[in-house]
Write a new protein. Structure first.
Length: 283
């Protein structure tokens, strides 16, 4: 049996359980206490603490020992091989810990997704499709997924610069200007790093469908298997508007999957961050 695994930053939410995908939670330190992402801390806890004390969490990767324990547990449940897909090595030390743990356990193939959130999740789901279909070894699945890494379209629109500023990822002047001018920046994953893309002016609700149009127009050769709408506590009306715009301009998508982002995205971007993510195959 080949098992596909990942870390909590894949933001697959309910799909972790329904697709039976084991994951290792990243570590979250908040107000002097340590937690496991999605296990004993939630995004609601982060927002509540920030409202009370203006304190943001810090995230940390697991070490080799934690990955050895995790991989051995998955193998103990019957897996002969494991394909593990990690958050970008440019954003976390998780990949390094997973590689070290894999070497110790054996039979584990670790992939640097060069992405985050459901950008990782897209690769996890694709690998899971391959494992379910059968006929491929763990090594072959790892090779095919690695070839897809450059083609993951992962981007988000951020509603507020407050969390980015408090987390040290945006200067005070830039945050002030963006707030005054009501600029909503698009953050894009490129070669594993987060860069700023197109900027939208005005309220998020008025610009979110413009963002969808811009992304699908630019990345116009999708793998229509699935597209994710991933967000941090956006209003249902906003999510519905995005879903309808996707159906209007790209009705070929077989699945439109909504997930709530976990603690990692939330702690950096704050409320009302939303992205659409899919694999864009150049052929």
């Amino acid at each position: 049996m080949i098992k596909i695994t990942t870390d909590s930053t894949a933001d697959l939410e309910h799909l972790f359980k329904t697709e039976n995908i084991p994951y290792i939670p990243l570590l979250v330190e908040l107000d002097g206490k340590n937690y496991r992402d999605g296990v004993d801390i939630s995004c609601e806890d982060i927002f509540k603490k920030y409202e009370e004390k203006k304190v943001l969490p810090k995230t940390a990767a697991n070490g080799t020992a934690e990955y050895v324990e995790f991989f051995n547990k998955v193998k103990g449940a019957g897996a002969e091989e494991i394909v593990h897909i990690s958050i970008s090595t440019e954003l976390s030390a998780s990949y390094a810990g997973a590689r070290a743990g894999a070497e110790e356990v054996g039979g584990v193939y670790v992939i640097d997704s060069k992405s985050l959130s459901s950008g990782v999740g897209l690769l996890v789901m694709k690998a899971n499709d391959m494992a379910k279909a059968g006929g491929l070894s763990g090594k072959q699945i790892a090779e095919k997924i690695t070839a897809l890494v450059p083609h993951v379209q992962a981007s988000f629109v951020v509603d507020t610069m407050e969390f980015l500023h408090k987390g040290g990822r945006c200067s005070g002047l830039k945050a002030f200007i963006a707030t005054v001018l009501k600029i909503k920046p698009m953050l894009i994953l490129k070669e594993g790093k987060i860069i700023v893309g197109q900027k939208f002016m005005g309220n998020l609700s008025k610009n979110i469908t413009k963002y969808v149009e811009a992304v699908i127009k630019q990345y116009d050769t999708p793998d229509y298997t699935r597209i994710f709408i991933t967000h941090t506590q956006c209003e249902p009306e906003t999510v519905d508007a995005v879903r309808e715009k996707i159906r209007e301009i790209a009705p070929q998508f077989k699945e439109i999957i909504e997930t709530r982002a976990g603690c990692t995205i939330t702690s950096h971007c704050g409320k009302n961050t939303l992205g659409i993510l899919y694999i864009n195959r150049p052929e």
